[in-house]
Design a protein around this ligand. Sequence first.
Ligand code: PMP
Length: 413
Amino acid sequence: MTVRREELSRATESRLASRSPAFQRSPWETVEQMVVGAGPETIFFGNGNPAREAIPFERMREASERTWAQIADTAGAIDYGEPEGLPALRDMIADRIRNRGIETDRSQILPTTGSQQAIDFICRLMLDPGDAIVVEGPTYLGALQIFDAYEVEYIVAPVDDGGLDVNALNQMLGLRTTMPKLIYTIPTFQNPTGVTMPMERRQALVDLARERGILILEDDPYCDLWIDEPPPPAIRSLDDNVAYLGTFSKTIAPSIRSGWVVVPAGFNRMMTLVKEIADINGDKVMMRTVLNAVPGFLDEHLIGSRALYRSRRDAMLSGLDRYMPPGTAWSHPSGGFFIWVTLPDGLNAIELLRLAVSRFGVAFLAGEWFFPGYSWPAASRMLRLSYSKHPEARIEEGLKRLGSAIAAALESR
Ligand code: PMP
């Protein structure tokens, strides 16, 4: 991935921290340059936003009105304070994640500005420059941006149909003299592959982490958007030494920035202070709005969301069947938003993207962008498709275009 860096004077550059390169370039700029500028007629299978049809606009409007009425009547509700978040919201989250097998209470739950902030907080508390961490290869691009800012050494664990390959990781760690501090995993409907780690592997990962003294950072934004059957219990249900991240970004809307972390044992007070230092307190208006919106509503709403995503996933799987040339392979997710495609031998996803955007009006994200350094030759044949945003007919049309683009690329090989 080519990333633009802002022009800096030598004087400015000499004053910047060693972590500053992480703040001088964004992989999303490349995505925007290559894809978003392509025009409205381009079918973009790229982003991780929920379907517009699944956003509960009316419920949030009502909840917001109730919120402002309550705030006007409640002393302190609009003032600074309570970095630990609204107690009733924390109770509600504790209650909701019981369906992930997690038994906890408000003392362990810290609401955050999206799970993105929670990843940053864990890193802030735990990582010194040069510390090693384990990430899945491929993994969530936004998490890599955070880890880059902490100047980590990456250990990239392979991912197969059952998620992070724990045996392979064990062997890799056996060759090292120093252990990583963290294992970052998305075990359920992974971003970007869509795969889910079975229960035995979750247990094996916990055993490995315990044996080697490593903390697991479990990121679980898609768990409620299962399609075929509910996913296995969270890794956190097996061990309190896991930081567990959740969010309302995918089930309500991303821009409300409402997520949480179930803190690892012993981290409560420190995490609250990290929050206080970062932004004094989270958005109490939005926390209250979420608290007013979710009970008695979200579970019912999710039934409709699942049906919508089921139909879109099925449209994408059948479109892939119909339009992909022989030699193309893809994952079969049972939830979340993403399908991971492997192109026929000899093709390169970034080159294909250029061709697909310029001549065929379809776009996706290249697989290499989901690896440290945003470049990973071993993944050059891979790409991510998202089925969340487009209606079925548009998905079918997009895959038809993608099939033609791949056929054209194969011809000109
Ligand atoms: N983790 C993963 C795996 C994601 O896919 C996303 C959103 N794309 C996030 C975290 C960020 O979520 P939030 O909006 O809660 O910060």
